[in-house]
Write a protein that binds this ligand. Sequence first.
Ligand code: GUN
Ligand code: ZN
Length: 435
Amino acid sequence: MTEKLIRGRLLSFRRAPLSLTDTESYAYEHDGALLVTDGRIAATGDYAAVKAKASQDVEEIDHRPHLILPGFIDMHLHFPQMQVVASYAANLLEWLNTYTFPEECRFVETDHAARIATHFYDELLRHGTTTAVAYCSVHKTSADAYFAEALKRGMCMVGGKVMMDRNAPQGLLDTPEMGYDETRQVIADWHGKARCHVAITPRFAITSTPAQMKAAQALAEEFPDLFIQTHLSENHEEIRYTCELYPEATDYTDIYARYGLLGRKTLLGHAIHLSEREADALSETGAVAVHCPTSNLFLGSGLFPMKALTRREKPVRVAVATDIGGGSSYSMLRTMDEAYKIQQLLGERLNPLESFYLMTRGNAEALSMADDIGTLEPGTHADLVVLNAASTPAMKLRMETVKTLPEELFLLQTMGDDRAVVETYVAGKEMKSSL
Ligand code: GUN
Ligand code: ZN
């Protein structure tokens, strides 16, 4: 048995905060500790009380005065797009065709996929992200590289081989049969291995023929416990073209509904421009709209009405994500800074408690995994991020006037990045400092 006592200021959410003064929504320990046994949290709370439960010779790590939170969860990004970040394009479709599709073609090479996978996990850990949900490329080898690296690092990761059989370069196309067979093979090879979860991943309706959508539906029926991820209503031109390709569907959302792809395990990237009917459909099926703020601003896609969607009579489940490489930062802190600004432009408020809830427990709930990740509750994996709100000279100076926890969180979100991440733990193991 390995045992570790991690000391610091602890913050973990119990539920979504209703306001800035909703102190019941979270647990905070000023001098707290986590007792970690074999990678899981065995006890959490006041330092003295938790230390009393540990063995005499327990290894002790003192992170005071830093904050210890559950590791960040990134609900949507593209592993083969690390070298696409910061590509200059007018809009989504130009960006996909000019930069993204050609780049993803390179992942047919096993060595290239393995090299980028190493960098991918390094970057997640440097930014305090301990779980992510990613698209691989169309090539099965890319999914193999992605999960092999997750396994090596003991991380809880969701991912899928992309299914796409039209409207892209030849080197990036499968067929309905190949997409089905290779996804089955990825499931057989990786799903349930350590902390790996496979997602059925038809890229979006533009790049899948009706026959391929049927193949995705067959997979969803055969493997009902798997996640399904795709893109929805990101850009007006994309929406127009998509509806042209599926004229029988009522709207973009209805295409996925017709192929049985909407449910509580469905993660829909972007979902910016939804009609009331589409929002109802998401709400009724429990599908999750995944907000990707840096990407939506970078590609000029639009302003995601997060607040409006969550306070509807029929609320839509939402999650937050970087969307690398359409997104411009690996940092969930930078991501929530942009999410805040988008709500500002819409005349809405996103308070820092909500932001930190979303990056941790909120995203875990969107994955139906809050019993395992996203909190500091005993029994969950010790996936942690340690944050320093005085990590740069400017932040240190600003911290002099910070008086409350929400103010500190807001500073972290507004000015913080990977420099604010002092350490990242995966199953109780220090990962960032050993990169
Ligand atoms: N829609 C289909 N594929 C993609 C992608 O790779 N990135 C983004 N942002 N949108 C997409
Ligand atoms: Zn995406």
